[in-house]
Write a protein that binds this ligand. Structure first.
Ligand SMILES: [Cu+2]
Length: 324
């Protein structure tokens, strides 16, 4: 009987020491992971959009608060377990309840969390809320496993669509309704073509999906939004750095803004990648001037200044110039 008690006390001491060792090794592990992998996280302060700056700040404040709480709670947890291990010189003090303490440790986290969630909601409503009036509009459509973009053209209105009109073979991959005149100047960019945006100009993304739920993930702009079939979603932001600027800042001549699909959407999810070029207004205008509305690609004969293919012209010429 005496031997059993002795071994229990011995085990207790070993456990107390192991708890302390776990604390020290755990904290060293946290530090090591940060040293080793910290640089793989997108850097604070490197965000490329106006909202991104706020999101970065929020993230930073959250990390600082949680880090302080983490260290205090973990150190006290393991240190107390070691310090107050079983001892023959001490008797446990029975202390079942204290209202004041309960109120304090409920109220403080509640207030801090409310403030943090409050800031999050404030930014969320701004990002998903009404875009500034001068914002340009780009439609993003996700499908397995690609992104397609559409610009509203000169009238600044995206033409109506209907999913049953989708017909890749007939030059209508988005299901545009050609009887809607707003569709006639819409510019369509096939998957693989980068979206072009203007630096310091707000852009509103109108997001769609053709099959399952996807997600427009813009890590450099610190934004993402689900692409839901049948329910367009929107978000707006202002890019604040051009692609050229980011190349310089990151010391990476191959830098591109990426759209990742942030919603596991099927086998090819990992390769569902889009790209964005942020450039000056002049560069954008030059690029836009070269784009041809999808309407004229679907119906070449309706384009102003259309010339019939040469064999038709020859036939007409042959008919009209017949010798008398
Ligand atoms: Cu996807």
């Amino acid at each position: 009987m005496r031997g059993e008690e002795k071994s229990r006390k011995q085990n207790n001491r070993i456990n107390a020491f192991l708890l302390l060792a776990f604390l020290v090794l755990g904290l060293i592990g946290v530090y090591y992971c940060n040293e080793r992998l910290g640089h793989k996280i997108l850097q604070f302060g490197s965000s490329a959009s106006n909202h991104g700056v706020d999101v970065d700040n929020m993230m930073y404040i959250t990390l600082v608060i949680t880090a302080i709480v983490f260290v205090i709670t973990q150190v006290s947890l393991f240190w107390f377990a070691y310090k107050y291990q079983e001892s023959d010189n001490r008797k446990a003090y029975y202390y079942p309840h204290n209202n004041k303490l309960e109120v304090i440790w409920t109220a403080i986290p509640a207030i801090v969390l409310t403030v943090m969630v409050g800031f999050g909601l404030y930014y969320w409503f701004r990002i998903t809320g009404e875009a500034p009036k001068d914002a340009m509009v780009v439609e993003v459509t996700g499908s397995q496993f690609k992104w397609e973009f559409r610009y509203p053209g000169k009238d600044k209105v995206l033409g109506k669509k209907f999913f049953k009109s989708i017909n890749e073979g007939a030059n209508n991959p988005l299901g545009q309704l050609w009887e809607d005149p707003a569709n006639h100047d819409d510019i369509y960019l096939p998957s693989g073509d980068p979206m072009h945006l203007v630096v310091n100009k707000p852009v509103k993304l109108v997001i769609n999906a053709k099959d399952v739920i996807h997600d427009v993930g813009l890590s450099h702009f610190r934004l993402k939004m689900d692409a839901v079939p049948g329910t367009p979603t929107t978000m707006w932001f202002t890019p604040i750095k051009t692609t050229a600027q980011m190349k310089k800042e990151n010391n990476d001549p191959d830098f591109v803004y990426e759209i990742s699909c942030d919603q596991l959407c099927g086998q090819g999810h990992f390769k569902m990648r889009g790209t964005i070029i942020v450039e000056s207004q002049e560069e954008f205008d030059l690029w836009m001037a070269k784009q041809k509305p999808k309407y004229y690609i679907a119906f070449p004969d309706r384009e102003p200044g259309y010339k019939a293919p040469s064999d038709t012209v020859n036939k007409i010429a042959a008919v009209t110039q017949q010798p008398k």
